[in-house]
Design a protein around this ligand. Structure first.
Ligand code: 0RQ
Length: 499
């Protein structure tokens, strides 16, 4: 069946008001680049003509401004899930005009299959190759691509020639059977394959192919500062001491690390530390630092869901596919983030907290308990199931006016039961085997900024009895203070304590 090449605007005309649309990719890597913008223009034209036009959005994780940003600005969002990080999408979410539900990334595809989230009417997917008999080769980000292509009535392919057809072979694409027929996923080491190098769909469902040459959005990282460097060094030091204590096998264990500057600094520090042997990565987002370490022989193999790297790095990978092809594997997120595999491989997980409490609970998503930042992403998939679950955070935010450590988190993403180690630029709090009171002492001693240590010690001395000494009159005083005076350092417990 001959492929039908169409323009982005023609593709957008195939999407109807109220449709639920699934998008490929994970971070801007692998997301469609031109059709979402055309849908946004269509929405604006429909709105100008007095007609409604909104779509439901299923993505892998965050996307790019040309997808989330364009559709948010066009007020075309019926709902959105899961992780996002675009400022206009976030503004719409917090203004309640973009209804958003946050999900563990490993669960999106299966919940679509279970029918929990409604129908997928259209799949819009970026491909490095598509054939007349319905073979689709993703680009450098997979996300939920296999599932949306199978479930959707219509598939629109963005064929992007910035990604060579020779990338075929770098993917491991599969979908598990659903319960009660589900079997184990036979990944026993990060390089094991369980799927195919392309997906196969009914070619009649491919309603159009849009050619494009648009590169991924340019991400890039802030240069390392003293704080991120210190956090990275502390993580490396902690893992070395675990090896020396015999609590990590001498060949080390695969690593997952979140996205962002801290994650990049951590990887850099681990790579530079010669006491840590060359290691494997089993993660969701493969960032620049992994590729640099691979070239130095410090990372042996990386399995992930997306190559979320800067433009020079992706060009380097494509120019040297022979070197990278047997060292990189891109999988759907229900495999890259699968709890069964995380537990089996014994992954060391490193994620970033927005806020932690002194008892070891983590808020990764909500500023002051109300405003959505990005979403839980894959942090829960990994943290709950990891061999060692580490959370990192700078000890303060906003020039010291906000302490990352509070008496009680204003929103809970990862409970005390999933959190083993917390690391800041000041040190390492080891929470294993400690009661809530002991954890609080360890966190205050090792991780809290000196400006906040006296206040948090006073909190513990407010006299509350019980297993976890939370004072229900005072536990949100830090958050109330930020609203009242703009600086958590101004907390005076007497102001909050009634008697
Ligand atoms: O604000 O951007 O205005 O400067 O939050 O904070 O320190 O730059 O850290 O970029 O690594 O983001 C948790 C959001 C951290 C991220 C979070 C302000 C701070 C700054 C960003 P500015 P930093 P990062 C795999 C793993 C959840 C998902 C996850 C995240 C901005 O890591 O989304 O782990 N994680 N996924 O000033 C108010 C506080 C604050 C605060 C920091 N307590 N109150 N503002 N900030 N702490 C990823 C995927 O799944 C794809």
């Amino acid at each position: 069946m001959a492929l039908k090449f169409i323009t982005a605007d023609e593709a957008a005309a195939l999407v109807q008001h109220n449709d639920n649309v699934g998008f490929s990719g994970f971070t801007p890597a692998g997301c469609p680049k031109v059709v979402p913008g055309a849908i946004a223009r269509r929405a604006e034209a429909e709105h100008a003509a007095g007609r409604p036009f909104k779509i439901g959005m299923f993505t892998g994780a965050s996307t790019g401004d040309r997808l989330d940003g364009a559709l948010a600005r066009a007020e075309a969002v019926k709902f959105r899930t899961p992780y996002q990080s675009n400022k206009d999408m976030r503004a719409g979410i917090n203004a309640a005009s973009n209804p958003y539900f946050d999900m563990h990334l490993s669960m999106v595809a299966q919940e679509l299959r279970y029918g929990f989230l409604g129908k997928v009417n259209v799949a819009i997917v970026e491909a490095a190759d598509v054939t007349e008999d319905g073979e689709i080769v993703p680009t450098c980000g997979v996300g939920i691509l296999p599932t949306i292509c199978r479930l959707a009535d219509k598939i629109i392919v963005e064929l992007n020639d910035k990604h060579p057809k020779e990338i075929r072979g770098m993917h491991d694409l599969a979908e598990p059977l659903d319960p009660p027929h589900r079997r184990d996923i036979a990944i026993y080491s990060p390089s094991d394959r369980v799927g195919d190098t392309c997906i196969k769909v009914d070619p009649a469902k491919i309603v159009g192919v849009v050619r494009t040459s648009e590169p991924n959005d340019e991400g890039g990282f802030a240069p390392l500062d003293e704080v991120t460097q210190a956090i990275g060094n502390n993580v490396a030091q902690f893992l070395v001491s675990e090896m020396e204590a015999g609590r990590l096998p001498k060949e080390f264990l695969p690593l997952q690390s979140g996205v962002g500057n801290v994650a990049n600094a951590v990887l850099g520090a681990l790579g530079d530390n010669e006491k840590i042997p060359a290691f494997n990565v089993y993660t969701e987002v493969i960032q620049d630092a992994v590729i640099a370490l691979m070239k130095k022989g410090r990372v042996k193999f990386a399995s992930g869901c997306s190559l979320s790297v800067s433009r020079p790095v992706i060009q380097d990978i494509y120019a040297n596919l022979d070197f990278f092809k047997d060292k990189l594997l891109l999988r759907p997120q229900e495999y890259s983030n699968n709890p069964e595999i995380v537990r089996r491989l014994g992954i060391i997980t490193i994620n970033t907290a927005l806020e932690a409490d002194i008892f070891g609970n983590i808020n990764s998503t909500h500023v002051n308990g109300t405003r959505m930042m990005n979403g839980i992403g894959g942090s829960g998939d990994f943290a709950r199931n990891g061999y060692l679950s580490i959370f990192t955070t700078p000890s303060t935010a906003k020039d010291g006016k906000i302490s990352a450590f509070v008496p009680m988190v204003s929103h809970l993403d990862h409970s005390e039961h999933s959190v083993k180690i917390i690391i800041t630029e000041y040190g390492i709090a080891d929470l294993r085997g400690k009661s809530p009171r002991q954890r609080a002492e360890e966190i205050i001693e090792k991780c809290v900024h000196p400006d906040y240590k006296p206040l948090l010690r006073e909190y513990l001395e407010l006299g509350v009895k019980g297993q976890t000494p939370q004072d229900l009159e005072c536990c949100f005083a830090f958050h109330q203070e930020i609203a009242a005076s703009g600086d958590m350092r101004n907390v005076d417990w007497k102001k909050y304590k009634k008697q």
